[in-house]
Design a protein around this ligand. Structure first.
Ligand SMILES: C[S@@+](CC[C@H](N)C(=O)[O-])C[C@H]1O[C@@H](n2cnc3c(N)ncnc32)[C@H](O)[C@@H]1O
Length: 274
């Protein structure tokens, strides 16, 4: 795909889907789009986008391809165990009310995992879970609390599956008590205003294809959304290279803490010294 064609593709995608490809790593995105178009095999790119504009199914397929909304409950069990045993006990200490934000929540598996965990760790504690995603279609499934397939729940223990899900014709749905704990909203991390006063933000496996500039802007936004001492929970394969400049320090791997202005990022670390 040459520069002219890529420029055209970027414009059409931005107009149709509100996805600004300038924020995505260009070489990778060009390669992916080239093979996508080869598979679709239209007479030319203009015709392809005219068809996409007319056909809802094609539009959704393109959106799914670009946003990669793969998710599952208790994704990366090890990290969720750290959340439950190390991060949450400290965050919840002496607090009457807690606010969580799952950004790029896809089908809702991530915020519902958190809701299940809160039910077990602190059933009585007042808390808000806001969950956002760019993709309104995927949010419909999330809001409904299902249906989820076997793959989506493969990390859920049999006890939790029996307690927090109902099975209808081989598909799983979270029970109403868990479903009602999460408030889903459409939100574009690259252009919409951010939540405020968060205690914990989860943004996992969302920014991996973004440029460093876009990642930095998003992480700065998250830092401002966190109360001092609040935690940003990222994906297992992700690292925030400019954390210190942004005002974040590593609490434990995959968990960054907003450090008070003027203090060393080292104060972010978990442990008795803090
Ligand atoms: C791979 S899923 C991650 C889901 C979940 N966080 C997890 O780790 O299982 C990435 C999600 O990010 C969403 N996303 C991509 N770009 C976004 C943006 N600019 N603003 C908000 N959400 C976005 C996609 O729609 C998709 O649902």
């Amino acid at each position: 795909m040459d520069d002219n064609e890529y420029g055209f593709v970027k414009k059409r995608i931005n107009d149709l889907l509100d996805i600004d490809l300038d924020n995505y790593k260009e070489r990778q995105m060009r390669r992916r789009l080239t093979s996508y178009l080869e598979r679709a095999n239209p007479p030319d790119v203009g015709t392809f986008f005219n068809n996409v504009e007319k056909e809802e199914k094609m539009l959704q397929e393109l959106k799914d391809f670009l946003t990669i909304n793969v998710s599952e409950f208790f994704r990366d069990e090890y990290q969720f165990e750290k959340l439950e045993t190390v991060i949450l006990p400290e965050l919840l200490e002496n607090r009457m009310k807690i606010k969580f934000w799952s950004a790029g929540c896809s089908i809702g598996a991530e915020p519902y995992t958190l809701a299940i965990m809160m039910e077990e760790v602190m059933p009585g504690l007042a808390h808000t879970i806001v969950a956002t995603d760019l993709d309104e279609t995927i949010l419909k499934q999330a809001r409904a609390g299902g249906p989820y397939g076997q793959q989506d729940v493969r990390n859920v223990s049999p006890d939790r599956l029996a307690m927090y899900f109902r099975n209808e014709d081989g598909k799983y749905w979270v029970i109403d008590k868990i479903r009602d704990k999460v408030n889903f909203k459409r939100h574009n991390l690259l252009s919409d205003p951010y939540e405020q006063n968060c205690d914990l933000i989860l943004c996992r496996n969302v920014v991996i294809y973004f440029t460093d500039t876009a990642k930095s802007k998003i992480n700065r936004g998250f830092c401002n959304s966190l109360r001092e001492g609040g935690i940003l929970f990222i994906g297992g394969s992700e690292i925030i290279f400019d954390a210190a400049q942004i005002g974040l320090g590593v609490a434990i791997p995959s968990f960054y803490r907003r450090v008070p202005a003027g203090t060393s990022p080292k104060t972010a670390k978990m442990g008795p010294a803090n």
